[in-house]
Ligand binder design. Structure first.
Ligand code: F6R
Length: 250
């Protein structure tokens, strides 16, 4: 890992491990300089190495996580927080337990609620009450989705319930026993919600992400590639491996 941290723009690392170490260092630097930082977090395969790095860092250069607040992007509708495939369970196992975050420090939208629309509005309010997200970590779907904002999502969309595309359901089937078990709806921060983060860090690894990465960065802004709305944000860093960057004009 290099000492100089990347600034806004596109940064291609030798591999996902190197990019993840860089992302983790950016997060650690933020929390060191702002102990009560508000982090936006993602699930999925992409950020797991970042989370492992943050946990490992506590062994040799511990920092105080007790004032940090986190907000996750999304959750499957119909899965309770203790469901093994819920994003709540994923985050507890991959990060929160390792950093000893308490339940009042972390937030995910609820997958089960009597009134999901008001729960979504309340999620927006709690982000605002926290002072807003300082650094938002994002992955990207093969279809260009960010969080679960599937193609067709508006650039000013807010936290809401929406139907997942077949592409996303198939891509996430690997986390479930059978494809039929993958929930078909999710509650997700909107693109407008994400764009309010002060800083955004999008990670993408592997050839499967190369076209979505290219469309996000080099194509016109379009609701058919939700990540292309990031072009309007003043502080976005793309951390890519060589494969994810392979279709970019460089
Ligand atoms: C996860 C999320 C999704 C993923 C995307 C990539 O909270 O919101 O947008 O970031 O589907 O998933 P992976 O990293 O599994 O390829």
């Amino acid at each position: 890992m290099t000492d100089a941290l990347p600034s806004t723009g596109v940064h291609v690392s030798v591999d996902a491990t190197d990019a993840s170490a860089t992302a983790a260092k950016m997060i650690l630097d933020l929390v060191r300089s702002k102990p009560n930082a508000v982090l936006g977090l993602a699930t999925g395969s992409t950020p797991t190495k970042v989370y492992q790095y943050l946990i490992r860092n506590q062994e040799f250069d511990p920092i105080d996580w007790s004032y940090v607040t986190t907000f996750n992007l999304d959750e499957y509708v119909g899965l309770t927080p203790d469901h093994p495939q819920s994003f709540h369970s994923f985050m507890r196992a991959e990060l929160f337990e390792g950093l000893n975050l308490t339940e009042d420090q972390y937030h995910l939208p609820p997958g089960v609620h009597d009134d999901l629309a008001s729960a979504a509005a309340e999620y927006e309010s709690s982000i605002l009450r926290s002072g807003g997200i300082d650094l938002q970590i994002l992955g990207i779907g093969e279809n260009g989705h960010i969080a679960f904002n599937e193609p067709g999502s508006a650039g000013d969309s807010r936290t809401r319930v929406l139907d997942l595309t077949e592409n996303t359901i198939n891509a996430n089937a690997r986390f479930f026993e059978s494809p039929g078990d993958v929930p078909r709806t999710a509650i997700t921060m909107g693109i407008g919600t994400i764009l309010e983060a002060k800083q955004i860090l999008l990670l993408a690894f592997g050839q499967r992400k190369a076209q979505a990465v290219k469309d996000s960065i080099e194509a016109d802004v379009s609701k058919y590639c939700p990540a292309s709305f990031l072009q309007s944000h003043p502080n976005v860093t793309f951390l890519l491996d060589e494969d994810a960057a392979s279709l970019l004009n460089r």
